[in-house]
Design a protein around this ligand. Sequence first.
Ligand code: 5AD
Length: 444
Amino acid sequence: MSSKRLYIKTFGCQMNVHDSERISGLLREEGYRLTEKPDEADMIIVNTCNIREKSEQKAYSDLGRFAMLKRDRPGLILGMAGCVAQKDGEKVLKRYKGLDLVFGSSNIENVPQMLRTITLTARPVVMVEEPPGPPKTTPADRKDRIRAWVSIMEGCDRHCAFCVVPVTRGRERSRLSAEIVQEVSHLAEAGYKEITLLGQTVNSYGKNLDEGLDFADLLRMLDAVDGIERIRFMSPHPSDMTPKLIETMAELPKVCEFLHLPLQSGSDDVLKRMGRGYTLNEYRRTIGYFRRLVPDMAFSTDIIIGFPGESEDDFQKTLDAVAEFDYDNVYYFPYSQRPNTPAAQWEGQIPDEVKNARFARLSALEKALAREKNQRLIGGVQEVLVEDRSKRDQAKLTGRTRSNKLVHFEGPDREIGRLIPVRITSASATFLEGVGLQGAVLER
Ligand code: 5AD
């Protein structure tokens, strides 16, 4: 049987990127193979994101473009997946006549069944209902051969006033631990060296299961899988960073010395109105405990700029907090009013000019911090998991340190997939360069 071609366009977070790998993995079993060219595809899926308004607009404009392709190729199957699909459901069908398939992220496991229904009935299918029970294990068509994403839970039970995720990804549902361990064991057998566990609030794993396990217990189970060298996860919620979890992370050798811990704001008043559930001081205690147990721990964070009612004083507190916590990376976003979220209706919306000016100030601080942090590593030796040849310079290999920093250095192909000690010789704000110390023994 000749294979059919599938083109997937993905917007948004790592969860979405991995969801696309799962959609493609399931459709592979239905005879589809990925193509890079929408013009030659038999099926096109736009996997959408609506965390901020811009990403939603981009997804819709792409969908419109792909719907035009259908005029010349009526047999083309056109689908919309992800968070916009979940939120707009049937409404999308009215807007785009050519659509065949609309489904939310919790319905990925139903893709083969939906495809069969379309083929049988020649009518569009919409599926945005959460299926009962824990999310099912699905195959995934992973592009990378060394690092793998593993989804351990879906949805979110928190209700941050700015965030659309509870509307688009549903209630929190954890996968069964045995299925996660099995997936990771298979990845290790296939030669994968690093896993990144994914979930909207990844460290509240297990709360809705009756297995009696929490996230720290899951980390311990995965640390024992032979062949896997590194474990990362994202994104945790500060309120679920329990002392047990911090101590477990410090103890387990494969869990990397890197944590992305979204702060969102440095002002207690703003944090309270966001409904984040922690104060700056509580967050500070978490960082402090980590630094005591793991002195070289690297942190990154997310900040929202211009949340409704954010005063100059509130914003200054955010700048102070960013400097105090000495982050290795800061991701910052101007606040975007999302439909059906509480803060979208509040008074005190911040004008764009103010948001832009604050954005520029945080950006300058972040760049200075990142460069300075990286420069502190010059002269030292870092363990690098080599991923590939560098795209910018074929003579060089590229990989990441345990603290998640990109490193380029010269070396042979056989080092791809291996852990190599590298002496760091130069640093910019976004990457390091160094010299491979092949044959040297790394001490941890
Ligand atoms: N506006 C701006 N940024 C947002 N984020 C989530 N919702 C919004 C919003 N409405 C940011 C948060 C979150 C990251 C993934 O996106 O900082 O941690």
